[in-house]
Design a protein around this ligand. Structure first.
Ligand code: FMN
Length: 386
């Protein structure tokens, strides 16, 4: 596969990204131009501990999405914009725009943080109204906000006023149920939100229930801004089906981009009605190596880095074999040498074998934590599995 990126220069300010309106989507603040004019949009979903500068670079190498989103910046009275998350914005060399995500509920400090972000080359500022970790929602932030439309009204109003450029929201369809769904969509309209990314599950449904694409379809009918459909978009074929069902302006993909970083390029091929490139196990072996090197931190203990790699590989393994043999062996490795030995055994024995487009049914990325522990303070690789 050829590289998609590497030649692009980091933009200097948020104004450096040209804008166009996606087809059929009226907006006073047009979205940044997509890679494939007129095609549905693609975005890499924000993922804590994953979507950092290094991972975005790896994804861009295999075929960037139209848009990136950062991990969330925590906002409270003492918060300062986290430096490692800012790197994903300031040093972005993917050539694609990055939206910066905030999580919080304090009006003054949300406005302050949004204003501070505007000094960086962000494509827009995004509000997290979906994180389902109990430690988060118990503070009435993230997914916890979905219980309180009056508070959402206040927050959206304050952020809209603070952000002259693009203001976007990522949310789920409700907290425990969908009682407030329509009301919240009307608030999205009232406050002129520029893009809505909608994960078609409630907070209580976490990550593994079926996705309610019918609710995403209801949102695309009701809101004025473009909607990105999110949740279990496993392949280019699934993206096409979900777009047909929801009429969304595009798709946002998270875990399945960790499994298959070629997915955004494959989506563009499918949107253009071209053949979708098949990925081989040898390609995957090359991806594992690239990801290992890109995420390596100088001075970090090898064992710790290997353990971090296992968390990405939990997703990758869902496409390697139907028995889970790669996952089983990979989890038992303790050093870089052992990890790559297992990769060679499972990925280079039959290098031309096709890496499955869809995850093998029943091959679950463990530890299988449907409910993150009360101590988990976000959506981390520790707690969220495929
Ligand atoms: C490891 C991990 C971390 C996540 N962190 C965030 C986050 O920081 N902000 C956010 O809005 N959503 C976060 N999410 C949710 C994803 O953005 C996405 O909505 C969810 O995974 C469903 O999409 P998918 O099926 O394509 O993975 C996270 C998900 C995962 C798996």
């Amino acid at each position: 596969m050829t590289s998609k990126s590497g030649t692009a220069h980091a933009p200097k300010s948020s104004a450096d990204f040209q804008s166009v309106s996606p087809v059929g989507a009226p907006s006073t603040r047009p979205l940044p131009a997509s890679i494939l004019a007129g095609a549905p949009l693609t975005a890499l979903a924000p993922m804590q501990d994953v979507t950092d500068l290094a991972f975005m670079g790896v994804i861009a190498h295999y075929g960037a999405p139209d848009y990136f989103f950062t991990e969330f910046f925590r906002v409270h009275a003492q918060s300062r914009l986290e430096k490692h998350i800012l790197r994903a914005i300031d040093e972005n060399a993917t050539g694609r725009p990055v939206f910066a995500q905030l999580i919080g509920e304090d009006l003054q400090h949300l406005a302050r943080s949004a204003t501070e972000l505007l000094a960086h080359p962000v494509a827009g500022v995004d509000l997290n109204m979906g994180c389902p970790a109990p430690k988060v929602y118990k503070k009435n932030v993230g997914g916890g906000l979905l219980r309180d439309p009056a508070k959402i009204d206040e927050i959206l109003g304050v952020l809209r006023q603070a952000i002259p450029g693009r203001f976007t929201v990522k949310m789920r369809i409700g907290f425990e149920d969908t009682t407030h769904f329509e009301r919240i969509l009307d608030l999205i309209n009232k406050h002129d939100v520029d893009l809505l990314s909608l994960h078609g599950r409630t907070v209580k449904e976490m990550y593994r229930s079926e996705v309610h694409y019918d609710f995403i379809a209801r949102a695309t009918e009701r809101v004025k801004c473009p909607v990105l459909a999110n949740g279990n978009i496993t392949s280019a074929a699934t993206a096409g089906r979900v777009l047909g069902q929801t009429r969304a302006a595009g798709v946002m993909i998270g875990r399945h981009a960790i499994r298959n970083p070629w997915i955004f390029r494959q989506c563009r091929q499918a949107f253009a009605q071209q053949p979708v490139t098949a990925i081989t196990l040898a390609d995957v072996r090359e991806y594992v190596e690239r990801l290992y090197r890109a995420t390596q931190v100088e001075g970090l203990d090898e064992r710790i880095h290997v353990n971090k790699m296992k968390k990405y590989l939990n997703f990758v393994g869902q496409g390697v074999d139907g028995t889970g043999a790669f996952l089983h062996a990979m989890r038992r490795t303790e050093s870089e040498a052992q990890l790559f030995e297992v990769c060679d055994q499972h990925l280079l024995a039959e290098p031309d074998k096709v890496f499955a487009d869809e995850p093998y049914p029943g091959v679950i990325a463990r530890p299988n934590c449907e409910t993150p522990s009360g101590d988990a303070d976000g959506c981390s690789l520790e707690t969220v599995t495929g």
